[in-house]
Design a protein around this ligand. Structure first.
Ligand code: SAM
Ligand code: SF4
Length: 351
């Protein structure tokens, strides 16, 4: 195991067999230690924070795993207005957020013009902040318009890089091909791009996870978000097993070694699967947290999976709570726009 970790640490590629051994290793001390050493080399002790604004729970899609899927008729839906969103940003700015992530279902009630108008207003009121969008699959023209309006970053997990697996998680009208097209379009347009996948989604094999790592080597994203799959009681996957915490942590460490510069969040899903999951994520190589800035009244309604944490506290309480958690893991929550240190072109040597 030591040799495999050293190979990744030296920025050399591993074959699929080596990656599989690391994904399931019980021998995690050295793996996490090396991952943290690498993150310290590029980011010292800084943990970046992003204010997450979940601005709509309407979605036209029907991803089988997600509680926001259109066919979930048990969910009370909401959308925030432009003024609501700006007010969340104002609150966030005061307590030290310098990135706002606008996330939502694929809600066609907001036209591209509406999205552009919100983005450009945020950029004009908070010029020292980054705006990240996470609103799913759109056309090249739409992504171009958002970028021209000022959007800096875009989060779109590829979810799984295996065609057959993708089909089992999504309805007929969605395709891995289009998901990938979106990601490469976003790169072309100069966004800082985030991708990623769920760990332990139904039918996922360890070979699928190796394909996910290979796809990320091809895409070279700036941000990589992973988290455990967690079932939602009003979806077709209600009775499925949740993802494994250990696999998630091992994968965070592997990602850190493979993509030294990447921005890797300790996700809410990680904090949901274990009370100290986010701290564990930071200790395995993550360097970003994404506290919730949405109005408390709607947080429970953004219901991707059951028992989601952080649905009750005000934004300032969330930030303070997270700052304490970050400190307890040995790092420091910073007020910083939190750009990637360097384009990850020098990531793992696959030669
Ligand atoms: N609609 C946009 C999209 O799909 O990219 C953004 C919002 S979507 C809710 C954000 C992410 O939530 C997805 O990329 C997916 O990985 C994650 N997610 C959805 N359902 C989940 C579940 N049951 N367990 C864990 N993560 C889930
Ligand atoms: Fe909609 Fe995104 Fe949920 Fe899929 S994952 S149903 S696109 S919100």
């Amino acid at each position: 195991m030591k040799e495999l970790i050293e190979t990744l640490y030296k920025n050399k590629d591993l074959d699929g067999g080596g990656l599989k051994l690391l994904i399931d290793t019980e021998d995690t001390d050295l793996l996490y230690e090396k991952a943290v050493e690498v993150r310290r080399k590029y980011y010292k002790t800084a943990v970046y924070t992003r204010g997450l604004i979940e601005f709509t729970s309407y979605c036209k899609n029907n991803c089988l795993y997600c509680g926001l899927r259109a066919d979930n008729k048990n969910l009370k839906r909401y959308r925030l207005t432009k003024e609501d969103i700006l007010s969340c940003c104002g609150t966030g700015y005061e307590i030290g957020f310098r990135t706002f992530v606008l996330q939502g279902g694929e809600d066609m009630a907001y036209s591209d013009k509406d999205i552009c108008s919100v983005v450009s207003e945020i950029k004009s009121r908070f010029p020292d902040c980054a705006v990240t969008l996470s609103i799913g699959e759109r056309s090249f023209e739409a992504y171009k318009a958002y970028r021209e309006a000022g959007a800096d970053r875009y989060l779109l997990r590829h979810e799984t890089a295996d065609e057959a697996h993708y089909k089992r998680l999504h309805p007929e009208n969605m395709s891995l091909e289009n998901r990938k097209r979106c990601l490469f379009d976003l790169k072309k347009l100069g966004y800082q791009v985030g991708s990623g996948f769920m760990v332990g989604s139904p039918y996922q094999t360890i070979d699928n996870l190796v394909s996910d790592l290979r796809f990320l080597q091809e895409l070279r994203p700036d941000m990589i978000g992973i988290g455990p799959f967690l079932p939602h009681s009003d979806t077709p996957f209600a009775d499925r097993e949740k993802g494994s915490l250990k696999r998630c942590l091992n994968l965070i460490a592997i990602l850190r070694l493979m993509f030294p510069y990447a921005l890797i969040p300790a996700t809410t899903a990680l904090g949901t699967i274990h009370p100290l999951g986010r701290e564990m994520g930071l200790k395995a190589g993550a360097n970003v947290v994404m506290p919730n800035l949405s109005p408390t009244g709607v947080r429970k309604l953004y219901s991707l999976y059951d028992n989601k944490i952080c649905t009750g506290e005000e934004a300032a309480e969330c930030r303070d709570c997270l700052a304490g958690r970050v400190r307890s893991a040995g790092f420091e929550l910073v007020t910083d726009i939190g750009n990637v240190k360097k384009s990850p072109l020098a990531d793992i040597d696959t030669a």
